[in-house]
Design a protein around this ligand. Structure first.
Ligand SMILES: Cc1cc2nc3c(=O)[nH]c(=O)nc-3n(C[C@H](O)[C@H](O)[C@H](O)COP(=O)(O)O)c2cc1C
Length: 212
């Protein structure tokens, strides 16, 4: 699907694009994606984010080894033994699993990664991520708007210390997400989600929202 700047179309077709071509992505487009990250809100406008643009194949490969290890240890077995999520079905879930496996094996071949990092100190609390994920979401949206593919990935945090060391992060800075970016092999399209009425309540938990 071509580029689009209609925000609702962007959001409703922004599939996790896990199959990416290794063809280069111009810096001009990466710079646009970085700019929207910096436009995001952060608590107190502190802007303690830092973004690492990773193109070095050796660094990406080192990280992919941990990413694959976590697939073998946790993610693969979990996909094989879990039920499809709301809005999905067994064959769709199987295709999702195949795409997850594909990205695992080809993670390092995405031409550009943007690693979203945060100066969150030594003992980040549970609000820490709220000052980096809006920037991450902005980047996902801009990537889709430009016709590029990516997926929000956080699996590497299972070996966070090891991976942060590969990126050379100083103490008090942690990586929160890696966006592998490239031209997509597949097409953007409708998303599989459960019914909205199942997840919205009115006034108190469990009471149906009457607006739908
Ligand atoms: C917090 C978070 C972490 C994620 N981590 C990974 C990951 O490490 N690897 C991966 O392939 N997808 C990852 N995803 C992508 C989700 O699996 C994806 O958003 C979900 O399957 C919906 O995909 P869809 O938008 O194409 O329907 C992550 C998504 C979120 C929100």
């Amino acid at each position: 699907m071509p580029e689009t700047t209609d925000i609702f179309e962007v959001m409703s077709t922004m599939r996790a694009m896990r199959r990416l071509k290794p063809d280069p992505v111009p810096d001009e487009l990466i710079n646009k994606i970085l700019q929207v990250a910096q436009w995001a809100p952060s608590g107190g406008n502190t802007q303690r984010w830092r973004f690492l643009v990773v193109k070095d194949p050796k660094i990406k490969k080192k990280v992919q080894v941990y990413y694959k290890r976590l697939y073998d240890e946790i993610v693969g077995p979990r996909y094989s033994s879990s039920a499809p999520p709301p809005g999905s079905d067994p064959s769709r879930y199987q295709r999702q699993h195949a795409a997850v496996k594909y990205l695992t094996d080809h993670y390092h071949e995405a031409p550009v990664w943007i690693v979203a990092c945060l100066e969150d100190g030594e003992n980040p609390d549970r609000t820490a991520g709220s000052s980096i994920y809006p920037a991450v979401q902005n980047m996902l949206l801009a990537t889709r708007a430009l016709g590029l593919g990516t997926t929000l990935t956080t699996r590497h945090t299972g070996y966070g210390k090891e991976v942060d060391a590969i990126f050379g992060l100083p103490s008090g800075v942690h990586s929160y997400a890696i966006l592998p970016i490239g031209w997509p092999m597949g097409r953007f399209g409708p998303l599989g989600r459960g019914p909205l009425k199942d997840v919205v309540f009115q006034d108190q938990w469990g009471k149906p929202y009457r607006g739908l």
